[in-house]
Design a protein around this ligand. Structure first.
Ligand code: TLP
Length: 351
């Protein structure tokens, strides 16, 4: 049978032969004792690339965000985030269940939080009101369609927040996609935030792992919370080795993923009843299919019958994510399948 064309997420990427070789050959040690040379190298390289003092290898992006929230906030604090943000919708309410915080979600039209959105959500400094403990940004913004936060918007948020002694965390799961779209380095686009989480296991292709990046003091605390949350790992150099290949070699490869997303967008826009509400800047497309006469879960099921995987975000909305395990030919095949299954696409030429 023809292999699946998997557009559900860039998390589905499988390790490349080079990663597998690096994993097999990795030097390892007990990382809880700080003795895994490959993990230590990965942490040092991440810190260098982000021009920060230190970094920590964590099992998942969700754990990296949770650790950061726990460090920045006292129990009972509020965390301002965008209402479609990952920390609010997809992290099992961990900021409340474990870090003792209350999310204060703020809605935007396009996923781009600005200081104008944030300022009214900040709690006044009165002892009988819960206090704002953190502002958490997401770049790129996943469910807003891989939207990129302009650096000047993010820098302004940081400057204003710091004047009020509020720290800023960045969920930069796909920060390398943002850097590519902006034509700037990851260090330049993150220089004002207090902590960064980024993922090795999304478009960069590593099988497992994310990094928390920040000051030496912040990362020392992060190491404590990683252990407390059950994330202390032992001979984990076998995973860090793949992470190093991802970090050193894969950022330039994201360009192709962005091009494939552009091609998908161009063809989807020609299908009557499909509406992509956002600019396609990176590797994620989120689009409304209500005008096609098909509910998104139904479309997802019909695509699956023909070998194309894509998830419904809600009853009207689909998400497709490009990555290195879908080729340009796969994108064309997925488009032909879309033309077969979407009633309003019949008669529109699939090029
Ligand atoms: N996102 C996953 C799903 O959880 C939705 C995906 O398929 O896109 N921040 C952002 C912005 C993310 O998109 C994700 C994963 C995470 C954090 C969490 O990373 P993991 O899955 O490693 O915990």
């Amino acid at each position: 049978m023809t292999p699946w064309i998997d557009l559900r997420s860039d998390t589905v990427t499988k390790p490349t032969p080079e990663m597998r070789r690096a994993m097999a050959e990795a030097e390892v040690g007990d990382d809880v004792y700080g003795e895994d040379p490959t993990v230590n190298r990965l942490e040092q390289r991440a810190a260098e690339i982000f021009e920060r003092e230190a970094a920590l290898f964590v099992p998942s992006g969700s754990m990296g965000n949770l650790i950061s929230i726990r460090i920045h906030c006292d129990h009972g604090s509020e965390v301002i985030c965008e209402s479609r943000g990952h920390i609010f919708n997809f992290e099992m309410a961990s900021m409340s269940a474990i870090a003792g915080c209350l999310p204060r979600p703020v809605a935007t039209d396009d996923g781009v939080l600005t200081w104008k959105h944030i300022e009214p959500a900040i709690r006044p400094k009165i002892y009988y009101r819960a206090q704002t403990g953190l502002i958490s940004l997401e770049n790129t913004h996943n469910i807003a369609g891989g939207r990129v936060l302009p650096t000047e918007v993010q820098d302004q948020i940081c400057d204003r927040a710091h004047e009020r002694a509020i720290p800023v965390h960045l969920d930069g799961a796909r920060i390398f996609n943002a850097a590519l779209a902006l034509g700037q380095s990851v260090a330049a686009i993150t220089r004002k935030v207090d902590s960064i989480m980024f993922c090795l296991s999304k478009g960069l292709g590593a099988p497992v792992g994310s990094m928390v990046v920040g000051s030496r003091d912040f990362i020392a605390k992060a190491r404590v919370y990683r252990k407390m949350f059950g994330g202390g790992m032992r001979q984990v150099g076998v995973l860090a080795a793949a992470g190093l290949v991802a970090l050193e070699k894969h950022p330039p490869l994201l360009r192709r993923d962005h091009q494939k997303a552009q091609r998908l967008a161009e063809a989807l826009r020609e299908i009557p009843g499909v509406r992509i509400a956002h600019q396609v800047e990176t590797n994620i497309l989120v689009f409304d299919v209500s005008g096609t006469g098909l509910a998104a879960p139904e479309l997802s099921a019909r695509l699956k019958e023909r070998g194309v995987l894509a998830n419904a975000v809600d009853p009207n909305t689909m998400r497709m994510v490009t990555h290195y395990d879908v080729s340009e030919e796969d994108i064309e095949r997925a488009l032909r399948v879309l033309h077969e299954v979407v009633p309003t696409a019949r008669g529109v030429a699939a090029r």
